[in-house]
Write a new protein. Structure first.
Length: 87
């Protein structure tokens, strides 16, 4: 077992910037898969009003809150929706 690699991993995992990205990703996953009536709006609210996304199951770029919302109106209602962190 290489202790230096373990120490490096520990330091990286405690990096505040990485922790912030990980936390935001977990929050997005929890929101988009919540099954709540307002999941598409709550997920859209996580994006900047001028945001641009290329959705996982879309052939189009979505620009701005209205187009992003339209995408998530579809996405959050996919049967058996699940999102796996790191996938």
């Amino acid at each position: 077992k290489n202790q230096n690699l373990d120490d490096q991993y520990l330091c990286e995992s405690l990096n505040p910037e990485k922790m912030s990205v990980d936390s935001a990703t977990r929050h997005w996953i929890k929101t988009v898969t919540s099954g709540m009536v307002d999941a598409s709006q709550k997920t859209t609210d996580l994006y900047d009003r001028h945001g641009v996304i290329w959705g996982t199951v879309s052939k189009e770029l979505r620009k701005g809150q209205q187009e992003i919302r339209q995408y998530f109106d579809f996405f959050v209602n996919l049967p058996e929706l699940s999102v796996v962190s790191g996938s």
